[in-house]
Design a protein around this ligand. Structure first.
Ligand code: AP5
Length: 217
């Protein structure tokens, strides 16, 4: 059972690859961004705290996101976990170590998606998802096969994220450089970091990640 972290700035492709791995391998995608958006939509106490912070593109507190991950790990009967957008700070990385150890799990890989930030802005502002089943698309890079109809469930309703505008994306990238990139040495010292070119086509990125998970590279 593999436990991996996908690391990279906003728009690097973490969610795209995590959703694919979940569908193909029975691993569970643990996205703190998705969990927080669900909490905001449901108006829970966590959601009420997180809403304005997320709309500014800043980071929600370490305690909140670490608790969310712990709850989901306990609820899951999975074949491994993909941490998507977590950890994002040194404190979260330390919390994850503890959460895994307490559950008899260990971290196998930290996969960094290496990307060009200016290109990412284009990726993010073109992103949308199916309002019914959540499948992710992009105006240019991953359109629906039939315009306006979800490939997976046939819904004609789609949504765009509130924080997917250029100004907020720049703040999210600055947060990534200031708080998340500095955790890489923590994992490098343990020999866990693998780098993948996140600017390649989605299928190429997928093949590179699969090779790491299958131990063929
Ligand atoms: P979160 O939801 O985690 O957002 P993010 O990290 O900013 O990442 P994104 O979801 O924007 O990008 P992604 O890498 O998943 O890219 P995707 O696959 O969608 O966090 C949102 C907010 O929640 C944060 O700002 C913060 O406030 C809060 N938060 C979340 N976690 C937190 C934590 N741990 N601590 C504190 N606060 C937290 O791809 C983007 C687009 O590009 C898609 O349209 C896709 O189709 C396309 N695409 C993907 N790969 C490729 C490719 N190879 N080539 C061409 N197009 C591609």
């Amino acid at each position: 059972m593999l436990n991996i972290i996908l690391l990279g700035p906003p728009g690097a492709g973490k969610g795209t690859q995590a959703a694919r791995l979940q569908a193909e391998r029975g691993m569970i995608q643990l996205s703190t961004g998705d969990m927080l958006r669900e909490a905001v939509a449901a108006g829970t106490p966590v959601g009420l705290k997180a809403k304005a912070i997320m709309e500014r593109g800043e980071l929600v507190s370490d305690a909140i996101v670490s608790a969310l991950i712990g709850e989901r790990l306990d609820a899951a009967a999975d074949q491994g976990a993909i941490f998507d957008g977590f950890p994002r700070t040194k404190a979260q990385a330390e919390a994850l170590d503890l959460l895994l150890t307490e559950r008899g799990r260990r971290l196998d890989h930290v996969i960094e998606l290496v990307v060009d930030e200016d290109e990412l802005v284009k990726r993010i502002v073109g992103r949308f998802s199916c309002a019914r089943c959540g499948t992710g698309y992009h105006d240019t890079f991953r359109p629906t096969k039939v315009a306006g109809v979800c490939d997976v469930c046939g819904s004609t309703e789609f949504k765009r994220r509130k924080d997917d505008n250029e100004a907020t994306v720049r703040t999210r990238m600055a947060e990534y450089r200031a708080k998340t990139q500095p955790i890489l040495p923590f994992y490098e010292a343990r020999g866990l970091v693998r780098r993948v070119d996140g600017m390649a086509a989605i299928e190429t990125v997928a093949a590179e990640i699969d090779a790491i998970l299958d131990g063929t590279v």
